[in-house]
Design a protein around this ligand. Sequence first.
Ligand SMILES: Nc1ncnc2c1ncn2[C@@H]1O[C@H](COP(=O)(O)OP(=O)(O)O)[C@@H](O)[C@H]1O
Ligand SMILES: [Mg+2]
Length: 348
Amino acid sequence: MKKDNPFTLTFGRQPSEYISRYENMDMILSTFQADNPISQAYLIEGIRGSGKTVLMTAVANELKKNKEWVVVDLNSTQNLIEDMAMRLIDSCKKIPDILKQGFNVTALGFGVGVNAAQSAQDHISVIEETLASLRKKGKKVLITIDEVQHDENMRRFASQYQIFIRKDYPVYLLMTGLYEHIYAIQNDPALTFLLRTPKISLEPLSLHQIAKQYKKIFAIGDEEAGKLAGITKGYAFAFQALGMLYYEYRDEMNMDDILSKLDDMLDDFVYKKIWEALSQKDREIVAVIDSDGTKVQQICERVSMTSQVFSKYRERLMKRGIISAPAHGYVTLTLPRFEIIAKSYAMF
Ligand SMILES: Nc1ncnc2c1ncn2[C@@H]1O[C@H](COP(=O)(O)OP(=O)(O)O)[C@@H](O)[C@H]1O
Ligand SMILES: [Mg+2]
C-alpha cells in the first residue's frame, strides 16, 4: 500500500478518515454529563465492523479532555473486578492525594497467596476506597468494556457495578457488543438493571458525509463520489476498505477489479466471521435474498417456511444488522456486497 494512504483496516482505533456520529456521541455525552444522569451506563450494539469500538473510543477521548474524568478501559477476557482495581489504581497515580501513602498493588494482596474469595474482596475494597477519594475530589470514572460476553465474569462484574451505583459512587459504564451478547446480558434475571440501560444500535454512517470525504480526498466530482459512497452502504469497514483500494488502484485498475479486491477484504476481515456465526437456517434465508430486495413470500417458498416461522428469523436477522426491510413485505441485505459473498458461501 502507498505510504500516504489515509485509510485503515485496523479495527478499534480511531481512524484518521473519520465520519462523525454526532447524534450518538451527543446522546451518550449528554447523558453522562448531566447533573442527575438518567443512566450511568450505556450500551453500543452493532454488527462486526460497524464502528462500535471507534465510537466508544471517541466518547472516552472526548471525556478525557476534561480533567474531571478518569477513564478505565477493561478487557472483557480478564477478570473484570481485578482488572478494574488495578487499572483504577494505575490511572490514579497521576492524580495527587487520591491513593493513600504506600498504597500499591502488591500490598493489597493481588494474587499473592490469598484465596480467590479473599482476593476478590480485597479488590472490591480497593475500588471502593479509590472511588470514595475520587468522589471527594469531584471526579468521575468512566469504565469501558469492549465486546462484552455473557459469562460468569461479566455477571459478577455487573452485580458489583450495581452495588457501586447504589452506594452513589461516580462510576459510569460504557460497553459495546454484538446483538446476541447484549441481548443475553440484558435478559439475565440477575442483571435486570441492564434491561433499563439505554442502548444505541449503530446505523450506517452518513452517505452524505462519506461522499464528501471521498470527493475531497480523491478530488472527484459529486457523481463519482456519490457512486463510491453508495457502494459502501454506509458500512464503516467498507468505507475504509474501499477508500484504501481506490486510493491505491484508481489509476491502474478498472472499477470491477477494485470491487473484486474489496470483496476479498470484506470476506477476509468480516464476512467470513459473520457467516460462520449464522445458523444453518439463517444461511439458507440469507442466500436467497437479493440486495435490491426480495419478497418475503418468495423467500418463504424457497426455504419452505411458513410466514410465522420466517418472521422470527427475520426479526433476529434484522436486529443483528444483517437484513433490513425497505418496504412492507420485502427484505434486503444491509451489508454491502454481502449478496455476492453469501451466495458463494452457500454453494459450499
Ligand atoms: N465513524 C467512523 N468513520 C470512519 N471509519 C470508521 C468509523 N467507525 C469505524 N470505522 C472503521 O471501521 C472499521 C471497524 O471499526 P470498529 O470500531 O473496530 O468496528 P466494531 O468494533 O464494530 O467491530 C475500522 O476500520 C474503523 O477504522
Ligand atoms: Mg470492536
